[in-house]
Ligand binder design. Structure first.
Ligand code: ZN
Ligand code: FE
Length: 256
């Protein structure tokens, strides 16, 4: 299985997974990059996985489905271009000979889902849309801090070697914030250097891994003493894990 990040818009990735003949794409906000890659690699598109309803993740769905006949999978609780297979928490399905598991991750949007595959060649795969980014997490548009924290806890509990396929290249901005939260984190410093070198060569920083994110991502570390201390310096009224997580997200929102 080959995993390829296709660039779209300013900083989106449309993930392409294929076995040399058949392919799936994740969150095609624009059909053009996906169509170009499918033609170049002589692939038949069999599935389109959608994580949430935002236009930068769904804009190419109708065109791709119409041109390829691929089956569309998406969150039952959101409205994306019909017809599609409506998925909910814990549901399993097979695509490309791989078993996929649906994880409900509300917060960024109310019905956001992620797709996890444990039994894939190489390491497990996670397509997490705009919920978990490398070094960060999505803005809480429709959910609550409590929901987002619970969603991130579910993802953090996945196997350490899981490949984390996020939908945006936000890593360097996120790591600048992460350094402001946790300047004493040595793994964060080393990871930042590796990512900066990749970006200097014009390469993606993704996929990340769950092990890396547990070590460097402040939004997966909001129960660490050093992180709590930094958050409470910003917002002394933040008490309890939900309020502390919410204060961390609010701090990121105003961080320049
Ligand atoms: Zn989004
Ligand atoms: Fe997005």
């Amino acid at each position: 299985m080959e995993l390829v990040p296709l660039r779209a818009f300013a900083d989106n990735y449309i993930w392409l997974l294929h076995d040399g003949r058949s392919a799936l794409v994740v969150d095609p906000g624009d059909s053009t990059p996906a169509e170009a890659a499918l033609a170049e690699l002589h692939l038949k598109l069999v599935g389109i996985l959608v994580t949430h309803h935002h236009a930068d993740h769904t804009g190419g769905v109708a065109t791709l489905r119409q041109k390829t006949g691929a089956t569309v999978f998406g969150p039952a609780r959101e409205s994306i271009p019909e017809p599609y297979r409506k998925l909910t928490e814990g549901e399993r399905f097979e695509l490309l000979g791989i078993g996929w598991q649906v994880i409900a991750v509300p917060g960024h949007t109310a019905g956001h889902i992620a797709y996890f595959a444990g039994g894939v060649s190489g390491a497990p795969l996670l397509f997490c849309g705009d919920t978990l980014f490398s070094g960060g997490c999505g803005r809480i548009f429709e959910g609550t801090p409590a929901q987002m924290l619970a969603s991130l806890d579910k993802l953090a509990a996945l196997p350490a070697d899981t490949r984390v396929c996020c939908a945006h290249e936000y890593t360097m901005d996120n790591l600048r914030f992460a350094a402001a939260v946790e300047c004493g984190n040595g793994e964060l410093g080393a990871y930042t250097q590796r990512c900066a070198a990749l970006r200097a060569k014009g390469q993606p920083t993704l996929p990340s891994s769950i092990a890396t994110e547990r070590a460097i991502n402040p939004f997966l570390r909001s129960r660490e003493a050093a992180v709590i201390h930094a958050i409470q310096q910003q917002d002394p009224s933040a008490r309890g894990e939900t309020a502390i997580f919410g204060a961390l997200r609010a701090w990121k929102n105003r961080f320049q």
